[in-house]
Write a protein that binds this ligand. Structure first.
Ligand code: PMP
Length: 391
């Protein structure tokens, strides 16, 4: 740098939208984690199993065979065909695609951002759950809209009764996430039907983030083994899903959105000018993904969930997760600590958790991920139980 370079005040150069986004909570958790020698990491938001070999081979073949260029912006036709076949089986949507369209996105995050850009103007509102997935509030900063939080404590169910009072004439969409991050709570078919009816009656778009749809435990599944979804009751709903969690390939950055053509067409247009297309060889990698049976993995996660419940429920308020791989428990008020303080105490004992303030307007709960080996999980739970007993 030359001596003549002017001193730059970054805040005067950066956009208000960027400055409004606060990543300090997550950053602090990461930074504390990085100081640990041999952490018991119960903060991880991705599965701990390898990508199925068939998917690895398909992606490697695509790279070797020089299928590395751009694809059409909406994604390769063969993958659309797989998605349609899957949605016909899973949601009862028409396989020929009458009335709905699909777009392959750069992760579920890509789908959520494109949907928000397509639907929200400055001054608009969208309703999201509290607790939320970390991207949701940022969708407001990115679009200039207001994300209105729907308080779902203490059972973490985003029901129609809780959503209805929040709908105003500015509301453009209701965003539901089941199985939920950070709570693992799965809404029932009846709750989904009511939410769909509410949105239809009030003329607001329903957007459903179903990234954990393949991680549903037996007691929260529908009788046919599928995950409850509002899209079964509202064929105008926008379904946003991902491949990353289901198949252990979060770094492949692949997801898809399916919904009304008028909306998905605009998302495709926005993708054309932003992400351009989802990673192309990896699109080939997931064509056969829906045929892969992951029931053994889900059963293993259900057993880990049981370990968590048995260890924690005598000591804390914890809602039994019906899916995903998280439990969100309350720091006992008797301990007189915020969730961040509890997280810091846990770090002193080598256990990494994420404090609820990262996902919520409240800092009263912590998220524990059970996407870890059972022995690590047992060791971590024993330490947590000791802390919860005031140790
Ligand atoms: N939605 C939820 C509820 C999530 O938990 C996550 C990832 N943790 C995402 C979306 C984003 O997923 P992706 O990596 O596919 O962008």
């Amino acid at each position: 740098m030359s001596n003549h370079d002017p001193v730059v005040d970054p805040t005067s150069r950066l956009s208000r939208r960027t400055l409004a986004m606060d990543a300090s909570g997550i950053r602090r958790a990461f930074e504390l984690g990085a100081t640990l020698e041999n952490p018991i990491n119960l903060s991880i938001g991705q599965p701990d199993f390898p990508v199925p070999d068939a998917m690895k081979s398909a992606a490697i073949d695509a790279i070797q065979e020089d299928r590395n260029g751009y694809t059409v912006t909406q994604g390769i036709p063969a993958l659309h065909e797989s998605i349609r076949r899957h949605l016909a089986h899973d949601l009862g949507w028409s396989r020929d695609g009458d009335g709905y369209s699909t777009v392959v996105t750069s992760g579920t995050s890509g789908g959520l951002l494109l949907a928000s850009l397509a639907l929200l103007d400055e001054g608009d509102e969208a309703i999201m759950p509290d607790p939320w997935f970390v991207l949701y509030p940022q969708l407001g900063h990115l679009t200039g809209a207001t994300m209105v939080a729907c308080d779902t404590y203490p059972d973490f169910r985003m029901t129609a009764a809780r959503v209805e009072p929040l709908i105003s004439d500015r509301t453009k969409f209701v965003l539901v996430n089941s199985p939920g991050n950070p709570s693992g709570v799965v809404l029932t078919d009846d709750e989904m039907r009511d939410l769909a009816a509410l949105c239809r009656d009030r003329g607001v778009q329903l957007v459903t983030d179903e990234i954990y749809d393949e991680f549903v435990f037996a007691d929260s599944m529908r009788p046919d083994g599928t995950c409850p979804s509002p899209a079964r009751f509202d064929h105008q709903a926008l379904v946003i899903r991902g491949f990353g969690k289901t198949y252990g390939c979060t770094g492949w950055r692949l997801g898809y959105a399916a919904g009304p053509t008028w909306l998905v067409e605009q998302m495709r247009k926005l993708q054309q000018f932003t992400y351009v297309c989802a990673p192309s060889p990896l699109q080939w990698g997931v064509i056969e993904a829906f045929d892969i049976d992951n029931t053994a993995q889900v059963a293993r996660y259900a057993e880990r969930c049981q370990l968590v419940m048995e260890a924690l429920s005598p000591h804390v308020d914890v809602v039994r997760p019906g899916g995903a791989f998280y439990a969100f428990f309350e720091v006992p008020p008797a301990l007189g600590m915020t969730a961040t303080e509890f997280m810091e105490r846990a770090v002193e004992r080598r256990v990494l958790l994420v404090p609820g303030g990262v996902f919520s307007g409240r800092d009263t709960h912590v998220r524990l991920s059970f996407a870890v080996d059972e022995n690590v999980l047992r060791e971590g739970l024993a330490i947590l139980v000791d802390l919860l007993r005031g140790g």
